[in-house]
Design a protein around this ligand. Sequence first.
Ligand SMILES: Nc1ncnc2c1ncn2[C@@H]1O[C@H](COP(=O)(O)OP(=O)(O)O)[C@@H](O)[C@H]1O
Ligand SMILES: [Mg+2]
Length: 374
Amino acid sequence: MTAMAKKKDATVAAAESTGPDDGDTVASGLESSSGNPSCDAATRYMPTGETPCMSAVRRLIEQVAGVDTNVLITGESGTGKEWAARSIHHLSPRCEQPFVPVNCGAIPAELMESELFGHEKGSFTGAIASRAGRFEMAEGGTLFLDEIGDMSLPMQVKLLRVLQERQYERVGSNRSRPCDVRIVAATHRNLEAMIADGRFRADLFYRLNVFPIEMPALRDRIDDLGLLAANIMQRCERSGLDPVELTPGALRVLRDSPWPGNIRELANLLERLCVLYPGGTVDIGQLPGRFTRNVQIRDSDRHTLEEARSTGPMPQDFGLPGPNMTLKDYLASIERSLILRALNESNGVIAGAARILNVRRTTLVEKMKKYRIG
Ligand SMILES: Nc1ncnc2c1ncn2[C@@H]1O[C@H](COP(=O)(O)OP(=O)(O)O)[C@@H](O)[C@H]1O
Ligand SMILES: [Mg+2]
């Protein structure tokens, strides 16, 4: 491997592992199977599903990957926007170059310019050393502007200029740097409504929206649930968890759920079930209350639910950690899932979950940060 290729791989790995919105703990357990990491990544991130809307999304991804067109991916949170962006990158001629995500909603407005374009030493208080920005890191590759709808209006102007002129300056420098970066942006917001309210610039929107892709909500492609669940379960298995089997009744209840958190919510649920009931069978009674509380339970399923509720959904026995998992990681995953469960029971109220777990609120907040729950 050349030094250059090595450097790029490292950048990609760093950028991917620090993906700000990647609350995914099982995806990292994937191993390379074809020997070509980019090829594997393209397969890994390609949206799963056989419903007509997902076949259409996949076609769009394949069509646009090969050209340098800007892409705007819209859809609710957790529908797979970042994954779609990654599959576009990995299918593109830029696949050997970095994929650099930046979450425009997570970076304070005053730091955004330096984050994107970098800065020179001494250009502002705290700039103790020069630093490359995300554009520079993504040179030759793809810059993923996540939650673009959260970018401030002044920053939108600056971004538009770079997209038009294909050059930028680091903060505190006059030297223009040319940039060869493909832009994929995403948002869960309705940018057209924001334009009407004066909160998003129409000119930037048209620049970004050259090729729109809309990721459907899970409830609008619920026929894909079984396939998605199987896919996620395989990932759990590869990351060392013991997969569970869902009974037809449990699947039915899941199909009837509204899934406000979309695939992310499904992936978190399945991961948690694998930790709680390793290698076991998950029936309606083992599903968290929020799934079973409001849905219509069939009469034939009712006894299962009532029986389970009376004994409580707590597993009697945790399985042994899988061959790829240390005891420490295993205990951490159990702790994480107990926290998720308590939060679930308290309807997301942290103080309530802390009471259920008998820990101080501050301790719980710290643990939630550690496990990237939030
Ligand atoms: N095609 C897919 N197959 C399996 N899991 C997926 C797929 N797309 C997304 N996911 C899961 O959903 C999570 C959320 O996806 P992400 O792309 O971050 O959503 P968004 O950016 O729309 O919020 C991922 O971390 C992953 O666990
Ligand atoms: Mg996202």
